[in-house]
Design a protein around this ligand. Sequence first.
Ligand code: PEP
Ligand code: MG
Length: 911
Amino acid sequence: MAAQETVDQKYVYDFSEGNKDLKDLLGGKGANLAEMTNLGLPVPPGFTITTEACQAYLATGREPDGLAGQIEAHLESLERAMGKRLGDPQDPLLVSVRSGAKFSMPGMMETVLNVGLNDQSVEGLARQAGGSTGQAASGGNDRFAWDSYRRLIQMFGKTVCEVPGEEFEQALDKVKSTKGTTNDLDLDADDLRGLVDAYKKIFLKHTGREFPQQPREQLDLAIRAVFESWNAERAVLYRRQERIPADLGTAVNVVTMVFGNLGPDSGTGVAFTRDPASGAQGIYGDYLANAQGEDVVAGIRNTVPLQELEQLDKTSYDELLGIMARLEEHYKDLCDIEFTIERGKLWMLQTRVGKRTAAAAFVIAGQLVDEGLIDLDEALHRVNGAQLAQLMFPRFQLDHEFQPVAKGIGASPGAASGTVVFTSARAVELAAEGKSVILVRRETNPDDLNGMIAAKGILTSRGGKTSHAAVVARGMGKTCVSGADEIDVNVPAKRFTVAGQTVNEGDVVSIDGTTGKVYLGEVPVMPSEVVQYFEGSLDPEHIDNPLVRAVHRIMTHADGKRRLAVRTNADTGADAARARRFGAEGIGLCRTEHMFLGDRRELVERLILARAEGEREAALAALLPLQRADFEQIFREMDGLPVTVRLIDPPLHEFLPPLEQLAVNVAVAQERGEDVAKEEALLAAVRRMHEENPMLGLRGVRLGLVIPGLFAMQVRAIAEAAVICARGGGVAKPEIMVPLVGAVQELETVRAEAEKIIAEVVGDSGVEVLIGTMIEVPRAALTAGQIAEAAEFFSFGTNDLTQMGWGFSRDDVEGAFFWRYLELGIFGISPFESIDRDGVGRLVRIAAEEGRAARPGLKLGVCGEHGGDPDSVHFFHEVGLDYVSCSPFRVPVARLEAGRAVVETGGSDSR
Ligand code: PEP
Ligand code: MG
């Protein structure tokens, strides 16, 4: 969607013109730079080119009319404010050109620094930059200026003109090796001057032109390159992974350069107002003296903890702490910031509401409530089901047998074991074979994104909590240990050494993203404390675990808010009991087919293949007490809560021997001259019942109508089990559900028989049995008004409804071609995972409305996989279902999301 171009459209905003709510237009970085400017914080002056300009550029391949003039005007006013001109040979204004989309995409798009330097202004910069402590003995700062110039040519060449970055790296390495050093800081001005010559030659060789000397041309080309970087391969991949819409475009920030690499009284850093890993209060950050911001994020040199800045420059440190406190209070949330100190003067380069781990999200939300900055509704809004699900992952079970071989920084929590790989490509390869892999690198860069997505965990030997590896892994919820500097990584040799041991590609390691510890071999895992809390073994009021207390508090609020009830899909007493501890308020789907497997399979086979009535009746009579016992156990566990039992619904072939196998056995036996009369009869029956498309064949209600007595036996078992419970003093609330109904007549036929049996069994026991249906065939959704006449409840089977709504075989398509559909953006997520609101969701909506119109008060639920998917839960809330039902482990997620759905729709609904 390209923005509509109008003649007077405003494409450029001075920082003083924007604010934090203009992220759509100014991107996150631009909007927040504007906000900080207006708060009076020290932000280097600059302006932002809007996302609309980018959208227009990407749609037409040229800058929209009016943009060039607006840039000119804003540049002039910036020059006036700074008292310098862009690229002035005497005293140049230099700017950085930075991307900044609405949603943070760390390192995925381009930045060009030092724009405005050329063969003349580099000399001016050297003169102006002189006089730093410990630098520039003769009044100038040649080293700094030439280093800045070589950085410009390198970044500009790579970003704007696609010159291969390695060639610049190789030229730099060559100068360093001639000099006998590995440290950039050992290069002097002459070395760097020589490097600029070498870089210019590389530039000329690849582009066929000299490095542009016109500052304005540099600026325009850099802006264009940032626009284009929106569609760079890694950015596209990242957006797909993070589900960021592809049409937003990026804004471009043109910011006055400030330098953290002017000497020891300069530096740069990144900080969080609370610990983004644990949520603990107190500032957290990394500082690197005498460096540019990019050096920190790339993890190129190891940083020191921010607290050490207090010794280095107390004035700046105190000012920074004051600003951080102010930002937290202003944004009412954890903020992360980037700053630079240029010769003792603090500059804020960026702030945003910071990314955090799942644990930190809960802990911080709780703290902010305590601090009176937000209320509990807002706290609920600030966490989500995906985070809660992450907290329910197990952790390592460590005993003395496992000693860490290294300790890095716990950059993104969780526990991961896997095969060591050293390249992104190998990670992808092994993951495709189903292996768990740990991607080991010195540091990662945006080109490693594919491998990071494929890996179970990421281990780096360099970089802090704010390095690329850490930021990206946290965003993905993936385990990461960064900066484990005892590990010596040798990528070409595919090995690393640590504590005197060598670990080769293919060996197994385990990494703990919470403690930062690294273990050789596979470490067993233990359950999460959050799960223990849900299971009732941790009392939140009496343990000193801030995470469990925060989860308890927010879950309690969600439960108080939500309108949707949450049930579980469970077919055994054990599952039912566990789900109940997790907060399930009933069973929404008890699938009965597994009750026909194992020892009972043979009885079912006899039942299906029976030729004579007596045979079938004998099989049913044998099954009845077994089924009754199954249901009794479940009703007991769910005492007092509704239990929806679905009558049998497997495709037939699941109960019959495989046709090919049977045919081979018969042929072999015949060959041996054995008596195969019985096997032949079985083979003939299996052939008769063979289906090309069993998912659309004889299953569900169809099976019940074809095999006399099957559903009747189940109905009897359910009713009898309920009566036994009632007579024993319990309360059983059975709801019998008929699967795969497409026409009301099917349901009426089953219902008529079931009602008779129920009346006969329950007598005066007080047991009440409801009869309802699944809505999982599109025709049922479209004739819901008729079907409701015969149903006391509907439960949406969104697995089959998706299968039949899209015509996608649910067992085949995800592996077969979904990757391509995702790549093409036909959908952003599998419709089997998250409800397709427009299509399948519409069927749900129609059925809900028409069902309730025909039978007011009709009970509505969902029991397909979508019942535990966060986004789908919001949809089911919106369409007015009464409950969602999901697997036991997802019950807490559904409870949380059902509460969030109320808060987010602005409702004050509570139960
Ligand atoms: C469904 O189709 O959504 C459903 C719950 O039934 P099953 O998955 O057993 O087909
Ligand atoms: Mg189904």
